[in-house]
Design a protein around this ligand. Structure first.
Ligand code: NAD
Length: 355
């Protein structure tokens, strides 16, 4: 039984990690989250009453606050997911990405190192700092059939991926220089329940249900490797509990799809599962609208996940077809979560609750 400090546990992937740990293990979770627009405690309603779940509202840039959390909870491991994560937002406002993703990771590393230095030798050896990163740090695979491996050189294209690459380098340096027992994972595009509706798949589902245009960048020929979020959460738990210190593990779903293929798959499922939806007349695909491409847009990402499969025995349980069906079904069945996120009611509640 471990105590795991999860940063960003109110976000899309972080909440899947927290739910996975509470529902499938005996471990205790301390969810540390600043609750930016992307953090949503409603995503944790299923586990929030567990005696093994704790929530701390904190910015990872707050060193004094982090020191208190480490001293109070004495975690055995940190799973670091807190980040600014939306590429489009990083283009219009990079400052928050530099603050949270780089300065925040540095601050968390220093707080973890200070705490770790004070542990007795067996706890010190067992401690883990797991940094959750993205395949976007490797850049663009345009014009080749190659896959990203753990040794692919870094070539980030956007302010988001550059900030994540920078934080990856800090984490590895803290292991090499100070001996902090770190691990890094780089994952492909995630999709699934509780995804904030600014990202492609939830945006398409929700816009289609309201009869609004389904925006696709350029021709929609950008290729991403899609992984169901619960498969990612399971992989992360395998890495933090069984991974080799100092190693990097790539995590992916073997599901290379163009953005257009993804949107068409969602449209077909909506035609099948929600033909009666009031605002649109099937086919939903008639709502597809091509918009000007994102600046610096990478054309293709694809992950070679052979190492985590070979060394930790992890493989995805969902195919793209099964995962996307579950995702569309979840959004159709959870309109209340969606409405709260979209109406700003959740933000209002948050302000009232924490002031
Ligand atoms: P998200 O944007 O949904 O959630 C981020 C969470 O971090 C939110 O709960 C937010 O409130 C919190 N947060 C932001 N700034 C903070 C700060 N300064 N202090 C404390 N908490 C803060 O992101 P996500 O999609 O769940 O991604 C989680 C991690 O996984 C990120 O590090 C991201 O880079 C990485 N990742 C994401 C994907 C993907 O497809 N979404 C793929 C690979 C890797």
């Amino acid at each position: 039984m471990r105590k795991i400090l999860v940063t960003g546990g109110a976000g899309f992937i972080g909440s899947a990690v927290v739910r996975h740990i509470i529902e499938n293990t005996q471990d205790e979770v301390i969810n540390l989250d600043k609750l930016t627009y992307a953090g949503n405690l409603e995503s944790l309603a299923d586990v929030a009453d567990s005696a093994r779940y704790h929530f701390v509202k904190l910015d990872i840039c707050d060193r004094a606050g982090l020191d208190e959390v480490f001293a109070q909870y004495k975690p055995d491991a940190v799973m670091h997911l807190a980040a600014e994560s939306h590429v489009d937002r990083s283009i219009s406002g990079p400052a928050e990405f530099i603050n949270t993703n780089i300065v925040g990771t540095y601050t968390l590393l220093e707080a973890a190192r200070h705490y770790w230095n004070g542990l007795e030798s067996s706890a010190k050896a067992a401690f883990r700092f797991h940094h959750i990163s993205t395949d976007e740090v490797y850049g663009d695979l345009h014009g080749t059939d190659d896959l990203f491996t753990e040794t692919t050189p870094y070539a980030p294209s956007s302010p988001y991926s550059a900030s994540k690459a920078s934080s990856d380098h800090l984490v590895r340096a803290w292991q090499r220089t100070y001996g902090l027992p770190t691990l890094v994972t780089s994952c492909s595009n995630n999709y699934g329940p509780y995804h904030f509706p600014e990202k492609l798949i939830p945006l398409v589902i929700l816009n289609a249900l309201e009869g609004k245009p389904l925006p696709i960048y350029g021709k929609g020929d950008q290729i991403r490797d899609w992984l169901y979020v619960e498969d990612h959460a399971r992989a992360l738990y395998e890495v933090v509990t069984r991974g080799e210190v100092g190693e990097t593990y790539n995590i992916g779903g073997h599901n290379e799809k163009t953005n257009l293929e993804v949107v068409l798959a969602v449209c077909e499922l909506l035609d099948e599962l929600a033909p009666e939806a009031s605002s649109f007349q099937p086919p939903a695909s008639r709502l597809i609208t091509h918009v000007a491409d994102r600046p610096g847009h990478d054309v293709r990402y694809a992950i070679d996940a052979a190492k985590i499969e070979r060394e930790l025995g992890w493989t995805p349980k969902e195919t793209f077809e099964s995962g996307i069906r579950k995702t569309v079904q979840w959004y159709l069945a959870n309109q209340e979560w969606v409405n709260n996120v979209k109406s700003g009611e959740y933000q209002n509640w948050l302000n009232a609750h924490y002031q």
